[in-house]
Write a new protein. Structure first.
Length: 346
């Protein structure tokens, strides 16, 4: 497979996505692959993280409440945090295994998840530990960067009298420098994740390479084509963003209509059974739960149907770009024609 530019890799990625998901088309297979693509690409994860972060910032005045908790509640919270960490690590390991399985599906154009899940177990496990180490180092860097600001915010909260207003000048002096730092950290996190999944993962899978070997090969290719890798990074951010915006624009009106219809049905059921008791009250609750589950199922179905192709297209785009720069990957994506035996001269 010849090397193609980052811009030229878009068209074959779309073509391969179409062939992988729709030729031949089967609803069960399509939903399965779409769900796997969404899970492995992690669509919406950053949005959810930022939302939770925003909610926690809105409760700044409550920072003193944890110190008033009873010891047993502190023990419960610590235990819950530890359980959440363990569960998160286990889930991340399973997602890593699934990424290798989906990688196997895409490069071989097969729709069975099981073979790749079994084939790359050792490679996926080593890649999982690499991601944990890199993630821990990144988190440590974030903590070290945040320490001076945390001290400033603590001082601001400590000096603010109960029921009084904070020092807005000091608050702005703490918040404004954080904005570019947060943007840089987000960009750095995206680039690190992209380098791991788009460029290093194929070396783990196909060469059984170590982390150092995979990074050395990726670094050599980056240094040889700095401009193309930069353009790829920009397109890697822009293309899914444009796709999601386009889908939002197309679906905003039908989505509002459907949500309004379901909300009207649930409200009508709630009004019809308001004040009821006994069996009638239970029937009303069950009907509301039923339509709530239906609404959730429709939302999940729409998300898979639309997000699946986008997520698959992102992974195909990574393969198209890097396959031309990594021969082992390119030969699987587009096998070279068999060589004819040269005639012997006698």
């Amino acid at each position: 497979m010849r090397a193609i530019s980052a811009a030229d890799a878009v068209s074959p990625a779309i073509q391969r996505t179409r062939e992988f998901l729709f030729r031949p088309f089967n609803w069960g297979t399509y939903l399965k692959l779409g769900l796997v693509a969404i899970i492995t690409e992690g669509f919406g994860g950053n949005l959810r993280s930022s939302t939770h972060g925003g909610e926690s910032q809105g409760h700044g005045p409550m920072v003193h409440s944890p110190f008033n908790l009873a010891p047993e509640w502190i023990a419960v919270i610590v235990g819950a945090v530890l359980v959440a960490i363990v569960v998160s690590i286990v889930v991340f390991y399973l997602v890593t295994r699934l990424r290798f399985a989906f990688f196997h599906c895409l490069i071989h154009n097969t729709k069975e998840i099981g073979p790749g899940w079994r084939l790359y177990r050792a490679q996926a496990t080593r890649f999982f530990w690499l991601n944990l180490v890199v993630g821990f180092c990144f988190l440590l860097a974030v903590v070290l960067i945040a320490l001076p600001f945390a001290a400033g915010f603590w001082r601001l909260i400590h000096d603010t009298p109960p029921g009084g207003s904070p020092d807005w000048g000091l608050l702005l002096s703490l918040v404004l420098p954080l904005i570019p730092i947060i943007l840089l950290l987000v960009l750095a996190g995206f680039v690190i994740d992209m380098a791991l999944r788009d460029w290093m993962l194929p070396h783990f899978a196909l060469d059984n390479a170590t982390a150092g070997e995979a990074w050395a090969r990726v670094w050599a290719r980056m240094m040889a084509e700095k401009r193309q890798f930069l353009v790829y990074t920009l397109l890697r951010v822009a293309l899914p963003t444009i796709a999601m915006i386009a889908m939002f624009i197309v679906l905003i009106i039908p989505g509002l209509m459907l949500a309004g219809a379901l909300a009207a049905v649930v409200y009508g059921i709630h009004s019809a059974f308001a004040g009821s008791t006994g069996a009638a009250w239970m029937v009303g609750i069950l009907l509301q739960v039923f339509f709530g589950v239906v609404a959730f199922g429709i939302a999940v179905l729409v998300g898979i149907c639309l997000g699946g192709p986008v997520s698959t297209g992102i992974r195909e785009y990574a393969l198209m770009f890097y396959g031309g720069r990594y021969q082992a990957l390119g030969d699987i994506l587009y096998p070279p024609p068999p060589r004819l035996n040269e005639p012997q001269i006698g």
